[in-house]
Write a protein of this length. Structure first.
Lengths: 332, 367
């Protein structure tokens, strides 16, 4: 008995991240090798021909799990009946641009896409916002789609989380699959706080704290943080284009863990609607450590926050509060 | 034997059986602590900083090429001007925290790139742009493949499996073969799986069925506009069993004309729409080609691969020509005994002729 297909929307599907993401979805990387999918790909009219080229390539790839492709510039058709929405569409950040530069363009996009999703998506549609400024775009979407449960609107900080794991694995010369439980707090921007105070590494002698193994607080509190925060810019400098491969892969990880659950003893980072946990202001989309069970995420509670971390958590919350105000001024 | 002795014997057998069973469970349980995973395989991708490479490397790193239990070390090779971009790709691979990816070597040095590689996917070459035909890029690519042949021959692991993707794929593979004489000819192949998959896709669209129900098309010949997509032996799984594509489509005219040209010219159609060569579908087809070669084709199914012709089906030997093949235990073999009608015969000969001409042009480029 095969599963019913799940409808997955990717906006901005004719772009770089979309091109990396759609084959991953069609190959079962996002939802599992036994889950058929129907892809909905949405982009703007100037990209219609390129979007059709992507649809042609999806057909040419003869993916067994791919049960249909809807390629459209009509947002209503794009959102119709979708169970998962990955919002990649927006203005990509080019070399030299900061996220705030692209904010006003994206705010109006997310306002209109909010109402389309609210009216046409399937009930309990899970939404992942990728396009920057991710947290604030997700907040705009939430505020203009009030009937979508707030728990269903998230933004991508898994990329930063995976980058943090990668940096630790390189530093310790261990396999990245043996590193876990880093946390990305806050905004998917240069004020994010990559926190390894609760991260561990699997060693032959059992699980050891990252701080103990690295044995270099200065590096962990300085260079490590800056490297992860600025990694996006470093990729742009090397490739002359924004990260697409790693962003797409992280989007798959985010959805997969959300839908299929996090492994026992492991948490991941997701940008979610703050409920005031850890004294982060409620009413922001803020990245927290979460576990996922039965299709629902839950903030990991009770982690000790030291003074250094407290300052960082607050700084990124402050930036998000400012972004929220800036976004609202764009709408007025 | 009286019943008492019989019972005692049964008891002994029972005790021994249960002990053996428990013992084997203990051994299996201990084995999980030792973590007897597979040894990593080294996979080389040339032209890794380009479009196809960028689509391909995450597929490899996610286990789509060799399976979810096969760890990988990626070797990425590109030319000096692309070094910074190549390093960006390496950084992104690290940033993706792929559990199966046990290492990344990013280099502009062909010898270093080829060292101990078990699988080599040769994507590097000049991409075809809007308006260009494959012959236009031939001379640039012939010298590239001559050099890379030497590096592979010297440094790759024994029995390294090679897949040439860069166009002109068949002739590049032939050049590679001629300049790496100690690499077994069976290990040098070129990609026609993309065309094969495109043919499956067109049939599935025409019949409005799932592409996974269509199988056994054949792509004969050159990965170019003379290729012959042949559905004479293709079938579709229906509610009432496997039916022939010819029967279900019931439109010989379409199958002999528009279907063929659509598949032949699909590459150009993608370029027209995207302003760039197919990358995603090429990468996906490369994964399919290697996966089926290494892990075997499903029962009752064949695929298309560009392989060194042994004269089967009246095709001149000494060409890299796409045939229907099955794969088992890491080896391909040409499906024999398929009936070839007159229409097909002409098509198969025409594409063979083009390959012979390409071979001559390639040799003239070398002189």
């Amino acid at each position: 008995m095969a599963k019913e297909p799940v409808r997955v929307l990717v906006t901005g599907a004719a772009g770089q991240i979309g091109y990396a993401l759609v084959p991953m979805i069609a190959r079962g990387i996002m939802l599992g090798a036994d889950q058929p999918v129907i892809l909905h790909m949405l982009d703007i009219p100037p990209a219609a021909e390129a979007l059709n080229g992507v649809k042609m390539e999806l057909i040419d790839a003869a993916f067994p799990l791919l049960k249909g492709v809807v390629a459209t510039t009509d947002v209503v058709e794009g959102c119709a009946g979708v169970n998962i929405a990955v919002m990649v569409g927006g203005f990509p950040r080019k070399e030299g641009m900061e996220r705030k530069d692209v904010m006003s363009k994206n705010v109006s996009i997310y306002k209109s896409q909010a109402s389309a999703l609210e009216k046409h998506a399937a009930a309990n549609c899970k939404v992942l916002v990728v396009a920057n400024p991710a947290n604030t775009n997700a907040l705009i979407l939430k505020e203009f789609a009030p009937s979508i449960p707030e728990k269903n609107i998230t933004c991508l900080t898994r990329l930063d989380h995976n980058r943090a794991l990668g940096q630790i694995s390189e530093r310790l010369n261990v396999q990245v699959s043996d590193v876990k439980n880093a946390i990305i707090w806050g905004n998917h921007s240069s004020s994010q706080y990559p926190d390894v105070n609760h991260a561990t590494v699997k060693t032959p002698a059992g699980e050891k704290p990252v701080r103990e193994l690295v044995a270099n607080d200065e590096w962990l509190n300085g260079e490590f943080i800056a490297t992860v925060q600025q990694r996006g810019a470093a990729i742009i400098k090397a490739r002359k284009l924004s990260s697409a491969l790693s962003a797409a892969s992280s989007a798959c990880d985010h959805i997969r863990d959300w839908v299929l659950g996090t492994p026992e003893g492991t948490w991941v980072s997701m940008g979610v609607y703050s409920d005031g946990s850890y004294n982060v202001p409620a009413g922001l989309i803020y990245s927290f450590p979460v576990t996922c069970v039965s299709g629902e995420w839950k903030i990991v509670q009770g982690l000790h926050i030291d003074e250094f971390s407290r300052k960082k958590l607050d700084a990124t919350a402050e930036e998000l509060t400012e972004e929220k105000a800036l976004a609202y001024s764009c709408i007025s | 034997m009286d019943s008492m002795e019989y019972l005692q014997l049964l008891q002994k057998i029972l005790v021994v059986s249960v002990s053996l069973y428990l013992f084997s469970k203990i051994i299996k349980h201990m084995a999980t602590f030792i973590n007897v995973g597979k040894e990593p395989l080294r996979v080389l991708v040339t032209g890794a900083a380009g479009q196809i490479g960028y689509s391909l490397v995450p597929m490899i790193a996610k286990g789509m090429m060799l399976g979810q239990d096969q760890p990988i070390i990626l070797h990425l090779l590109d030319i000096e001007p692309a070094m910074e971009a190549l390093n960006g790709v390496k950084m992104e691979l690290i940033d993706s925290a792929f559990p199966l990816l046990k290492g990344v070597v990013a280099t502009t040095n062909a010898m270093e790139a080829c060292e101990d590689v078990d699988i080599a996917i040769m994507v590097g070459g000049y991409p075809r742009k809007e308006g260009m035909e494959r012959k236009d890029v031939m001379s640039e690519n012939v010298s590239i493949y001559k050099d890379q042949a030497a590096a592979l021959e010297m440094n790759a692991a024994p029995n390294c499996k090679i897949l040439v993707v860069a166009n002109p794929a068949n002739t590049n593979a032939l050049i590679l073969k001629e300049f790496a004489p100690s690499i077994p000819e069976k290990d040098i192949t070129c990609l026609t799986r993309l065309d094969h998959n495109r043919a499956l896709g067109q049939i599935s669209e025409k019949l409005n069925v799932d592409v996974s129900y269509v199988k056994n098309v054949i792509l004969w010949g050159n990965h170019s506009s003379t290729q012959y997509p042949d559905v004479n032996h293709a079938t579709v799984i229906t509610d009432s069993g496997e039916k022939s594509v010819n029967e279900l489509v019931a439109d010989d005219q379409w199958l002999k004309t528009e279907f063929i040209t659509t598949v032949q010219q699909r590459g150009a159609a993608i370029i027209k729409a995207r302003k760039l060569s197919s990358a995603m579908s090429a990468a996906s087809a490369a994964c399919d080609h290697i996966r089926d070669w290494v892990l075997g084709t499903p029962k009752g199914t064949w695929v298309s691969m560009g392989v060194y012709s042994d004269g089967s089906y009246g095709i001149p030997s000494g060409l890299i020509y796409s045939f229907p093949v099955t794969c088992e235990k890491g080896e391909w073999s040409i499906v024999q005994g398929l009936k070839i009608d007159e229409f097909s015969r002409e098509k198969m000969d025409a594409t063979a002729k083009e390959l012979i001409e390409e071979k001559a042009i390639a040799h003239s480029c070398l002189n």
